[in-house]
Design a protein around this ligand. Sequence first.
Ligand code: FAD
Length: 310
Amino acid sequence: PFEVLVVGGGPAGAAAAIYAARKGIRTGIAAERFGGQVLDTMSIENFISVPHTEGPKLAAHLEQHVKDYDVDIMNHQRAAKLVPARQEGGLHEVVLESGASLHARTVILSTGARWRTMGVPGEEEYRNKGVTYCPHCDGPLFKGKRVAVIGGGNSGVEAAIDLAGLVAHVTLIEYDSQLRADAVLQRKLGSLPNVKVIPSALTTEVAGDGEKLTSLTYKDRNHGTEHRIELEGIFVQIGLVPNTEWLKDSIALSNRGEIEIDARGETSQPGIFAAGDCTTVPYKQIVIAMGAGSTAALSAFDYMIRLPDE
Ligand code: FAD
């Protein structure tokens, strides 16, 4: 069995594996796709001390760094079930989709999240060519340009407020007849001169010139009419879905499906820790996920040295 088994190979999982291996304890990492969301990212400009890098490059560096240590890497392995130890200090079991079972004294869950997409024509084609999901990451790329934000919940309205300070103009598109964000955010949004809110609107298509995004089409849900907006960027803010469906019977999840953790990264089950975008951590970013992965590994080590000898 492993002393630390990390499930998920993104920034959080890679950091957890390195921190665990540096304690000289038997460490394994199982991941469906080593690199995680970073693999889908083009330019990264907020990875502190590295002014600019690209996702695939950072993902390769993550894997190389893990390989510098004695870590058992199991790539292309999807975990299907977690069976927590029956008694404190016992072995947890992670069942893989292949049918194989892994056993470990501590488990660190770092299966990340995925952005909910609009599912309209053009969205995939213009992803990273104008269509984006992360205002903290990509906002500055649209300085002085026209953008739309899709979604009028808290994250959409926060994104619109954030972007209004950077870009020329923001159109906020909401499916419902009114915004769902907190009143204080809506007031702030209403005070901004370069933001227009369009409620009762359903985005139907994203179009471009083959190279980059040039327009968005939406349907007015009250009148059934179609409208086109010329713009350079679209920020889709209709939810971040944690990859935790496989955990709902084994550990406590928030009502959004995020793994509940405390300040040490521990879940509701002793000896099972979690880190990164799959947890209740308030911000989902690479540096934050790495810090959380390191915290989880140090907590797992701390947990183990306190266990009575068998
Ligand atoms: P992830 O990166 O999501 O990794 C999850 C890992 O778990 C993957 O290896 C996945 O294959 C694996 N996994 C999932 N389910 C299972 C399972 N059941 N069994 C086994 N393995 C599983 N952040 C920034 O800081 N700066 C940026 O510029 C930036 N740009 C971004 C651009 C895009 C397009 C996207 C999508 C995200 C961007 N982010 C950026 C956010 C950043 O990528 C995430 O915050 C970060 O990757 C989270 O790390 P993580 O390790 O928690 O999860």
